[in-house]
Design a protein. Structure first.
Length: 365
């Protein structure tokens, strides 16, 4: 597919930016474009997003393209904004489908692209899993643009080792007290400080990157002479491995229980937005590596990327253990960084992404 056609699709999708589970215009745009080119599409029944297929046969090879945007401030305006590259991922998925459509008579299996909603919410992939869209799939590939300081334009890596992450939303519950009578209550700020100090003492092997920290703490109102008894707080836990994250969770629970006992207060909370770490298939990684070398040359194939960032792509292999998966790390000279409101990258990576994904699929079907 010609570069100018890919850029037209990319620009259209960039302007259609919509947040998680509200990607209706995006879904309709992709469905209309692919139907126009004879690609079979099926929208999901219970949420946004769609499935698109070319070829036929019992062997099903897939690709995931996330379709949602972030809600963030851009030049003083709160808006949906594609600052994580999902507009590029969709474009590469569309380009791969159209390239393979031209070779459909030669395919010995089915290529299925999952245009998945709500990756930024951290659970859109679970909705796709529940739809049954991957039950008969053998291998699934993803793609993600990478920052310039991680991998340069023209290069690619055959896997991204995302870390695991989870958040905790908590509430400290006690009675307020007069500022002149601190003995009559418990200062929720003291409780929060004790939790934070204990979290800083949690230790794991330095071989596994990890972190646990308080990211939000809200207590008190406009009155300066009231000692707040109630506060809300958020915790962010990350580990490069799923087992490491489980250890952090256990230590965090111990920390919260100790604070409850020490200060004799009630602390309520819940774990939310769990995202598992990568479970990369050696077979899927090898296929991507061969395709990268074939299309770009051996010097342009980098080692797998290790990042503390997370992606709900890895729910697919957690929920369906039969599935083999790996994610293409695509060099794009992306700056200043992912999620920056003015993120930019070299659009020529779109064509490179299509070439590598097309080559990958043709090796299998």
């Amino acid at each position: 597919m010609k570069q100018n056609n890919l850029e037209k699709i990319f620009n259209d999708l960039h302007e259609l930016a919509e947040v998680s589970f509200k990607e209706e215009k995006t879904t309709n745009y992709i469905a209309s474009l692919l139907t126009e080119h004879g690609v079979h599409v099926k929208k999901f029944d219970t949420h946004t997003g769609l499935i698109a297929e070319v070829g036929s046969g019992s062997r099903v090879i897939g690709m995931r393209a996330d379709i949602d945007a972030l809600w963030q401030e851009v030049d003083g305006e709160m808006k949906a904004n594609h600052s994580c590259g999902h507009d590029a991922h969709m474009t590469i998925g569309i380009g791969t489908l159209l390239a393979l459509k031209e070779q459909e008579s030669q395919l010995k299996g089915t290529f299925r692209c999952l245009f998945q909603p709500a990756e930024e919410q951290g659970n859109g992939s679970l909705n796709v899993v529940n739809s049954g869209a991957i039950d008969d799939m053998e291998i699934l590939f993803g793609v993600h643009l990478r920052p310039k300081d991680e991998i340069r334009f023209g290069k690619a890596a055959p896997a991204i080792q995302h870390g695991a992450a989870i958040f905790y939303e908590g509430k400290i519950i006690s009675a307020d007290a007069h500022g002149a009578r601190p003995h009559q209550g418990v200062n929720a700020i003291d409780v929060g400080y004790a939790i934070q100090q204990r979290l800083n003492q949690i230790r794991m092997s330095p071989i596994t990157p990890y972190s646990v920290k308080m990211t939000k703490f809200l207590a008190g109102g406009s009155s300066r002479n009231i000692i707040p008894g109630t506060a809300t707080f958020s915790l962010d836990l990350r580990s490069q491995t799923n087992s490491g994250l489980e250890h952090l969770k256990k230590e965090t629970i111990k920390t919260i229980e100790a604070a409850k006992t020490m200060y004799d207060v009630e602390i309520q909370g819940e774990w939310i937005d769990y995202t598992p770490g990568a479970e990369v298939s050696a077979e899927a990684e090898d296929v991507l590596r061969s395709a990268i070398i074939d299309e770009l040359g051996p010097d342009q194939c980098e080692a797998p990327i290790v990042t503390p960032g997370s992606d709900d792509f890895h729910f697919y292999t957690i929920k369906r253990p039969h599935l083999k998966a790996s994610m293409l790390a695509l060099g794009a000279d992306l700056t200043p960084g992912l999620h920056h409101p003015h993120m930019r990258f070299n659009l020529e990576c779109l064509g490179i992404g299509v070439r590598v994904m097309e080559n990958t699929v043709r090796r299998l079907v």
